[in-house]
Design a protein around this ligand. Structure first.
Ligand code: CP3
Length: 324
């Protein structure tokens, strides 16, 4: 997941100064940064080194990603005129470096590569707030006060996500993940009315490619069923909902991804392995399970503990059918 590489000394050694938006424009560097966690941990898939704000950046919306803070926008999205700052993405011209990185990775990797995009709500929250926010109050106030403008904004962001994902699929990724990290700030009714149709549009637009789709948000337990309804093949679950209960909420026909609490990695090896085994036990042998952390790797995580967690999952993860 996000920032698996950031805890690694080999990442810090080559990442260089500047923002992640500078780093990803160098395909050789972003190829290497994507490969590092795979080499170190022996995980079963790689995730592209990029960021959810890249399409909005590439069409010239005017944003940066400040190290230690996150995405920041000089002139946040506030009124109808601002839609003009979100023209359609032409991936070959606007993000050739992403396409190039995917091609290089697919050639180099022995495991599948996961591409990704930000879901319309989570990208909108950055564009409207102008910076990372805990309550997403400015974005939600726009959503509740000007529904037409809100839907027009999310529709444009859905188009950006579709164009970006299609270019990654054309370049060879084996699966895609749509990150709606901050959707958990919404009520189930708000999610259904203001967000779900736009995420559905993204996921259905790429459905014809047959590439598996993963959809993930943090604190979305109260509407996990709707996250599934958005149309993904795999629903990401954070650590707040046990997998057994998540499976009940999501229903038949979709796999789950999750859900080790990232802070368990900071608690020392015995506690980390115990928490890992608890996740496997909750999954109870279901074949439709992608083990991962319920959110990104915390940068102070000890790489050796992450290695041991990976080993444990490989040795003890059962895929021979449900035991309960
Ligand atoms: O592990 C990886 O490197 C995979 C690539 C990846 C990044 N961002 C790289 C990154 C992915 C999949 C993302 C997605 C992303 N970016 C999300 C959705 C997933 C999630 O974690 O919820 C979100 C919300 C963002 C926005 C964002 N970008 C934040 C909040 C930050 C952290 C700022 C900080 O420095 O603490 C970023 C920057 C960022 N994106 C880094 C990395 C590796 C941090 C280090 C850097 O600048 O190189």
């Amino acid at each position: 997941m996000r920032q698996a590489g950031r805890s690694l000394p080999e990442y810090r050694a080559i990442r260089g100064g500047g923002t992640i938006l500078d780093a990803i424009q160098d395909p050789d560097l972003s190829t290497e940064l994507s490969l590092q966690p795979v080499r170190r941990y022996g995980v079963d898939a790689a995730i592209l080194y990029s960021d959810i704000v890249v399409p909005a950046f590439a069409v010239g919306f005017g944003l940066t990603v400040t190290p230690g803070i996150g995405p920041e926008v000089e002139h946040p999205f506030r009124r109808r005129d601002d839609l003009g700052r979100l023209r359609p993405l032409d991936p070959e011209a606007d993000t050739p470096y992403v396409v190039q990185t995917v091609r290089q990775l697919v050639a180099d990797l022995e495991v599948p590569l996961i591409g990704f995009a930000g879901a319309p709500f989570t990208v909108a929250s950055y564009l409207v707030e102008g910076r990372p926010s805990k309550d997403h109050a400015v974005a939600k106030a726009l959503m509740l006060s000007d529904e037409m403008l809100w839907h027009d904004l999310l529709d444009r962001l859905a188009d950006l996500a579709v164009a970006s994902l299609m270019s990654q699929i054309d370049a060879g990724v084996s699966a895609v993940q749509l990150f709606d990290s901050w959707a958990g700030s919404l009520s189930p009714a708000q999610y259904r009315r203001y967000v779900l149709p736009h995420s559905q549009k993204v996921l259905s637009a790429i459905g014809s490619t047959g590439v598996p789709r993963i959809h993930f948000g943090v604190t979305t337990g109260e509407f996990l069923g709707q996250i599934g309804e958005a149309g993904a093949d795999v629903v990401g679950v954070d650590w707040r909902v046990p997998l057994r209960e998540a499976r009940r909420r999501v229903g038949q026909g979709r796999a789950l991804q999750g859900n080790l609490d990232p802070t368990a990695v900071l608690a020392g090896l015995p506690a980390a392995l115990a928490a890992t085994r608890d996740v496997l036990a909750e999954n109870a042998g279901h074949p439709g399970h992608v083990f991962n952390l319920g959110h990104g790797v915390i940068p102070t995580s000890d790489p050796d503990i992450l290695t041991e967690i990976t080993r444990c999952v490989h040795a003890e993860g059962r895929t021979d059918g449900p035991t309960a």
